[in-house]
Design a protein around this ligand. Sequence first.
Ligand code: FRU
Length: 456
Amino acid sequence: MTTDAQGAAGSAAGPDWRPRAHFTPARHWMNDPNGLVHHDGTWHLFFQHNPEGPDWGNMSWGHATSTDLVHWTEHPVALPHDVDTGDQVFSGSVVVDHGNTTGLRREGDPFPPFVAVWTSAREGHQAQWLACSRDAGATWERCAGPVLDRGSADFRDPKVSWWEPGDGADGFWLMAAVEAVERLVVLYRSADLWRWELLSELGPLPQPPGIWECPDLVRLPVEGESGAEGHVLVLSGNDGTVRGCGTWYAVGSFDGVRFTPDARGFRRLDHGPDDYAAVTWNDAPCGRRVLLGWMSSWAYAGDLPTTPWRGAMTLPRELSLRRREGGDLVLVQRPVEEVRPAPGLQWLEVDLDVRDQPSATVELAGGSDGDVARLSYDRGTGLLSLARGPSAGDARPFHPAYPCVSSAPVEARDGVVRLDVALDACSVEVFAAGGEVVLTALVFPDGPMKPRAIPR
Ligand code: FRU
């Protein structure tokens, strides 16, 4: 059975907030993207899912696939929670074991084994387990486990990928995971996914605030420098506030044992309120690095006013690094080109022009009930802001933490800040400074959003 999640209608009771070009589950609760892997023309997206209701709980892995990163087909639950033991299936990743390092491939199997590395979670204990699919991700079987257990209550979110050291040394499976409450990123290596050796631990550091979750260590190309690349550690942090719940990144170097962030440390990957637990696809074709985040915030995720689904993903974003004057490398995110002609997605090119005024503002009018968001740039502070809630004209916040203003420093070019903005039924994603600055926010308009410049 498959259901076309994107085709299902929204709530009969309220506006149709179901995004057209962002993944949402057909029904019920969703949080983090899990097991992102590309194989043979198909992008797999597993996700934290409660298959039985609209709230967090019964955590299982849902599953959807796409051939174009725009249209998604939802499949039956891949890894269900264990009803007998109460063990939940928390976040993790999937690798395709082309070399049969695990020995899981049986003679005659038409596909290489897909192996999921995921956190089995129960009160007071979290450890890493494996599951295997012999039919390219359609059905899954748990392997005996756990394969990695630190006797910890908060050891989770293993992101495993194949790491080629590039210095002639052998490649290995690299796992980045967290001790969430201790605020450590822990790195392990393995030759076969069964036996793991601790490489190093990083943290705690002042940023990101709160508990640390969902790390991902990737290698990214430097724009315009043939063959040049940098290492980037993506990491989410959550201190329970809207401002303190988000995805961060550090540029640094991984020497096969230790990741050392550069002097800048961790910086925000997304300055808006709604991009958490973002991780990248394994094995994306043509060396692409594609990132996907959960477009929500733990501060109010359980109160989002959508039904029969709750939770959406961000647009998939292509990652690279850019060298700024002085040598500093910054992360660049661009919506993948596939979403440019996506039906139902509205693209705006907004120029905030402060050549002869101290600030410039564009409102997003959201149907009959006023504005839902406001984008502005202040020449004096150099800050780009995205406001939503009453300060942007939306008088119906559904949660006290929802109204907010998020800002990020951006340099105006010849007095103009140019924004590339993607609007879907309930989201605003702003790409500024050629993708160096991104702000993502949920909004809940009455009808289709329209931009309106505020006269000075
Ligand atoms: C991040 C997170 C992960 C955990 C999962 C549980 O949002 O808290 O650390 O594995 O969600 O649903």
